[in-house]
Write a protein that binds this ligand. Structure first.
Ligand code: DAH
Length: 336
């Protein structure tokens, strides 16, 4: 048999230790720990309640009400502590408004997006429209309509990622350049045409500091009556001055692309060196007739720019792979 006196003492002790351990302004974790320790299913109160099984029915009459009273007290203690901690949270004086806030990190435009917009804007200001095209192309548009037949050695220039999509009429690929959009736009529109087409291209090749297998180009096309090579030169020279500065020097040299005749590349004089930034030329008569234009009536020029290359020059970026590395130390330098 338990001694009544010692049980009553235990009740008193528990009341004391529970209230002394309940701190003012306790946060919700501390409150919960307290609740589990004293009021939980295996807590100290439940433990003490077990004596009821061991005492005489006479003693029960004394101890029972005391235990109920204790239970009541502990519940009240807990409720009022919970209430006061909730009040504190709502109390303006309970936190320091001079503490610095959390920094929100904002998104920003990718450097490739920035340079594409800048170059397209340069052409837009000269009357060009901006158009986007599909990245999955067919052999017909990527090569055939651009005067690159399947046995032509120029196909080697475009290491192609072929797609395994079954189509009896054509073969699919990831476009190796934006030039297929020349034919697509001409097929759907009548001259005059002045358009730039920014977009992603893919080549199956090893990457290094100046080559990526996934990169961008901006294609340009101008078709009208009486367009001559001087318009090509004037337009591209003007673009270079808008992008690199009004005293920018440019150089045109002969180059070969099967879809233009004559073909050129344009370099800019940058830090004492001539650096090639684009290919261009007068649209080949075969390309014009391939889309149903009469080469005797219409002429025009086309060009293809690598915007990452332009950004690398302007921003002194040494490795083209930075554009896709997804490294915030690189990307955050372009936050405007
Ligand atoms: N498509 C060419 C390439 O990927 C670039 C190019 C050259 C585009 C000459 C043109 C052009 O429109 O006239 O290398």
């Amino acid at each position: 048999m338990k001694n009544t006196e010692s049980v009553l003492k235990k009740i008193e002790n528990l009341q004391e230790s529970a209230s002394s351990q309940l701190k003012n302004n306790a946060d919700s974790n501390v409150l919960e720990d307290w609740r589990i320790k004293f009021l939980g299913r295996n807590g100290e109160l439940s433990e003490l309640m077990k004596v009821m099984k061991e005492v005489s029915s006479e003693d029960k009459r004394v101890i029972g009400p005391k235990l109920n009273q204790l239970k009541d007290n502990l519940n009240k203690l807990f409720e009022s502590a919970k209430e006061s901690s909730a009040q504190n949270l709502n109390d303006e004086n309970s936190f320091d408004i001079t503490l610095p806030g959390k920094n929100l990190s904002y998104g920003s435009l990718h450097p490739t997006t920035l340079i594409i917009r800048e170059i397209c804007e340069a052409f837009r200001s000269m009357g060009f429209q901006i158009h986007e095209g599909n990245e999955i192309e067919t052999e017909k548009y990527n090569f055939d309509l651009l005067n690159i037949p399947s046995d032509h050695p120029a196909r080697d220039q475009w290491d192609t990622i072929w797609l395994d999509l079954k189509n009896s009429n054509d073969k699919y690929l990831l476009r190796t350049h934006t030039s297929p959009m020349q034919a697509r736009i001409m097929e759907k529109n009548d001259p005059p045409i002045r358009v730039v087409v920014p977009g992603k291209c893919y080549r199956y090749e090893a990457t290094d500091a100046t080559h990526e297998w996934e990169f961008h180009q901006i294609e340009g096309l101008a078709i009208d009556k009486n367009i001559s090579f001087s318009e090509l030169k004037g337009t591209l020279y003007q673009m270079a001055r808008k992008i690199f500065g009004s005293d920018q020097k440019v150089r045109f040299r002969c180059d070969f692309f099967p879809f233009v005749e004559p073909g050129v590349d344009m370099s800019i004089l940058w830090e004492g060196k001539w650096i090639e930034i684009l290919g261009a030329g007068m649209v080949h008569p075969k390309v014009l007739s391939g889309v149903g234009y009469d080469p005797n009536e219409y002429s025009g020029f086309a060009f293809g720019i690598g915007p990452e290359r332009v950004s690398m020059l302007k921003n002194k970026i040494k490795d083209i792979r930075n554009f896709h590395a997804n490294d915030l130390r690189f990307l955050s330098q372009f936050v405007s």
